[in-house]
Design a protein around this ligand. Structure first.
Ligand code: FAD
Length: 420
């Protein structure tokens, strides 16, 4: 084993874990990704990738692969929940490309995951490896697996999602916050929905429930999510399913496009929309967090994946230097140097993700009302104003370029020098 190469253990081969593996292994780190699942399956539905995330993936050379499966919706539309008519339509597509310098994509989560996995060269992916606990030791961090085995690494990155074991180790008192809503998600073939446009991001704000649709898989499929007030807190589990019957009943008096959405479906994905109180610290010694494990976001800003990818870029930069290879390389194996690099990563990312995380609460399409201000249902003016406000609400997130921030930030060399 090369004594100078930094060994990195990533817990969780989800979007953030796979994203982190790409720049870290390209920078020469010895990366192992431990994933609890026995295999990668086609789980999940639609996922939003803002320009702030797509810009980074393009920078890694994943742009063509994304273009092959993702959709750049040319517009965003709000429709009347009962009558089905369009209340307001705003351009996206080229307009957003020009405004933010990168595309806004809607993509099936399984497609994005596959693309990331195909570009992780040189990292070892170990499936069926569930971490149960971990600790900092003088010469490394130790991971304990469900099968009783252990492993050590110079750095451990907890990218293990919303129910993170690594976060429980770092912040045992941090608690989950239930939003009061559940999300029901699914995917339907586009040709079975002739009247649902496959070219736009569509929102139907109902009296209680909000329904959103977006095209995925080059427009061949339509992903939907219904955000429903739910007195029962369901598990926050991506594999949980629910019968479609209650959804069919819930939407029975909506417009015919919506009624047709559930035809032929046996069940849908369902989970509680939860986040956590923002953490005061993400790192301890050689262990840190990334993505949902660090800052779980409610989906109303569509930022879960993009924030995890930004984390990956920042963390790789702090540990191994700039992605252009001009850094010192991954030679910071001693404990204080690793701890200083992780602190730097946290200092760069925590204020930004704090704003994204807390801003996602009670925002996005939740602001759209079906019965505005006592006027008639779904007034065009109200929907237009709110939609315009929603777009402006998130423009600072989409415009954010983490690589610009890193260019102006302390480099790994400076961090290393500061703690020696
Ligand atoms: P995730 O992508 O959730 O990845 C976490 C990974 O860690 C998972 O692979 C998990 O199996 C693994 N893991 C957890 N605990 C352990 C452990 N103890 N040991 C080892 N591995 C562990 N978001 C959407 O917007 N739409 C979707 O349709 C959607 N579908 C999803 C389907 C699945 C199967 C998963 C896991 C997540 C899904 N998400 C979806 C969530 C979305 O991927 C994340 O919110 C976002 O991309 C941030 O990614 P992350 O890497 O932080 O977390």
């Amino acid at each position: 084993m090369d004594q100078h190469v930094l060994s990195v253990a990533i817990v969780g081969a989800g979007i953030g874990g796979m994203a982190a593996a790409i720049p870290l292994s390209r920078a020469g780190c010895r990366v192992t990704v431990y994933e609890q699942a026995k295999e990668f399956r086609e789980t999940g539905a639609g996922l939003h990738l803002g320009p702030n995330g797509s810009r980074l993936l393009r920078g890694w050379g994943l742009g063509d692969a994304l273009e092959g499966v993702a959709v750049r919706p040319p517009a965003m539309e709000v429709r009347h929940w009962k009558e089905g008519r369009t209340l307001v339509r705003r351009p996206m597509g080229q307009d957003w490309d020009e405004r933010y310098g990168a595309p806004y994509y809607t993509v099936h989560r399984a497609d994005l995951h596959r693309i990331l996995a195909e570009h992780v060269d040189g990292a070892l992916i170990r499936l069926d490896s569930r971490i149960t606990s971990l600790e900092n030791e003088p010469d490394g961090a130790r991971l304990h697996f469900a099968d009783g085995t252990t492993a050590t690494a110079d750095v451990v990155i907890g990218a293990d999602g919303i129910n993170s074991v690594v976060r429980r180790y770092l912040a045992p008192a941090n608690h989950v916050v239930y939003s009061g809503n559940s999300a029901f998600r699914g995917v339907a073939p586009a040709d079975a929905l002739p009247t649902v446009p496959v070219d736009c991001l569509l929102v139907w704000p109902g009296p209680e429930v909000k329904l959103l649709c977006c095209p995925v898989r080059s427009g061949r499929e339509v992903a939907f999510v219904a955000v429903v007030p739910d007195p029962v807190r369901r598990p926050a589990s991506w594999s949980a399913r629910a019968a479609v019957g209650p959804l069919v009943d819930m939407f029975a008096n909506w417009n015919s496009d919506v009624v047709g959405l559930f035809d032929g479906m046996a069940d849908v994905g369902c989970w509680a929309l939860v986040d956590h109180e923002p953490l005061e610290r993400w790192s301890s010694g050689r262990i840190t967090l990334l993505g949902d494990a660090a800052h779980p976001v409610l989906p109303h800003h569509g930022q879960g994946a993009s924030q995890a990818i930004e984390d990956a870029v920042a963390l790789a930069h702090c540990l191994a230097g700039p992605a252009d290879g001009t850094g010192t390389g991954p030679s910071l194996r001693d404990g204080p140097a690793v701890a200083a690099a992780l602190r730097r990563y946290e200092e760069i990312r925590r204020p930004h993700t704090y704003s994204v995380q807390t801003g996602s609460r009670g925002s996005g399409t939740l602001r759209l009302s079906s019965e505005p201000q006592g006027a008639g249902a779904g007034q065009t003016g109200q929907a237009g104003d709110v939609l315009g406000g929603m777009i402006e609400d998130v423009s600072w997130i989409h415009a954010y370029d983490v690589t610009e921030v890193l260019r102006g930030a302390t480099t790994t060399t400076e961090v290393s020098a500061a703690c020696s």
